[in-house]
Each structure stands twice: as structure tokens, then as C-alpha cells.
Design a binder for this molecule. Sequence first.
Ligand code: ADP
Length: 204
Amino acid sequence: MIVQPMRYRTILLFGAPGSGKGTQGKILGTIPGYHHCSCGEVFRRLQPETELGRTFLEYSSQGRLVPDEFTVRLWRENIQAETQANLFNPLNHLLVLDGIPRNRRQAEILQETLEVLILLNLTCPDNRKLIDRMQRRALKENRLDDANLEVIQRRFQIYEQETRDLLEFYTPNLVQVIDATQSPVQVLRTILNILAHLDHQPQP
Ligand code: ADP
């Protein structure tokens, strides 16, 4: 008998750069039973002088996405290490993913790994608001990819190109649209309300 490896039960946080995925993901990750993983953070933890770190900087400093196979491999290694370290327990916990999958190809590669319970799409009709948030973040977090307006514009362009395809990959009943222009606490309240009504609840 072939035993299928279990898929991670997953909440996907989705939205343009600056829409607040990371802020919300971090808060959700502090709730017992929820494990947050930000793909951008996994990349930023790489040492810049290693080959992996150089590859990341080469793409991110231009506002481009890191190639899909490389991204997914690195992400898998990271989540496996967190599982082994008992930080994440796939049987009991829900995984809150932010920044991955980021396009259709990544969603296809990860289809056998993730059981997506819900996709929270943080939307904002006005990019200027997001740009303002990102430029403030650049100062606080020393992020090269947030400091330059041209790079920011490219990230929005890529986001818009990739989004439609990725959203179409998931059935519409999985997608919940959330107004990202609300304050962080209002966004959080909306998300918690949705999560409290999910059929799957984690065991802390
Ligand atoms: P933001 O959502 O503000 O763009 P992130 O922290 O999620 O910020 O990502 C920062 C950078 O890391 C991206 O611009 C990209 O270069 C790289 N990156 C993060 N996640 C992915 C991914 N899933 N695929 C490819 N590149 C990624």
C-alpha cells in the first residue's frame, strides 16, 4: 500500500507588496496552533555572502521574483527544518503562508504539499498608499527592495501580472477578499472572524 504523505493544512495570505501580509502573518503566528512562514523572511535570513544569499539579492534588489524551483526548494528545506525542530507540527497545526505560492507555477509545484483551506486576499485600490507604507518600512527594516521607487513599481507590475493567474488556480469559494486599507487591528479582526468559522481548527 502506498501511503500518501500528508499535506499541510494551509491559510494563504495574499496581497500586493505593502498590503500587510507580513504584519498579519506575524500576529497570527503567535496564536497557539498557527505556524507562520514568510517566504521573504526565509530569503532575508540567508547570509548575503553565500551563493544562495547572493542569488536572492540579485533578484530582489531589482524587484524581481527569485526563480520558482530555487524558491520552492529553499522553502521546503526551511519548513522541514522547522518540523524537525518541533516548531511546526503538520498533524495539529495550521500553516499560515505569506509570500508563497506567488505565481501559478509555484502553486502547481506545491499542490501536492499544501491543502489550502482559505486564501485571504488583502486588497487595496490605491497603490500610493502601499508605496507610502513600503517607504516607511524601508527606513525601519533596512530593506533594499523597498527603498527605490523604480524597484517598487516593478514589484507592483510583476504582482499584477502574476496575481490573476494565481487567483484563478484556486476555486473562488476559497478566496476571501479583505480591505487592506483598514487599520492593522481592523484587518486582524476581519481575519480572526474568518478563521474562527473555518471547519478545521488547529490543536495547539
Ligand atoms: P513583498 O511582499 O513586500 O514583496 P516579501 O518579503 O514577500 O515582500 O518578498 C521580498 C522579495 O523576496 C521579493 O520581491 C522577491 O524577490 C523575493 N521573494 C519572496 N517570496 C518569493 C517567492 N515566493 N517567489 C519568488 N521570489 C520571492
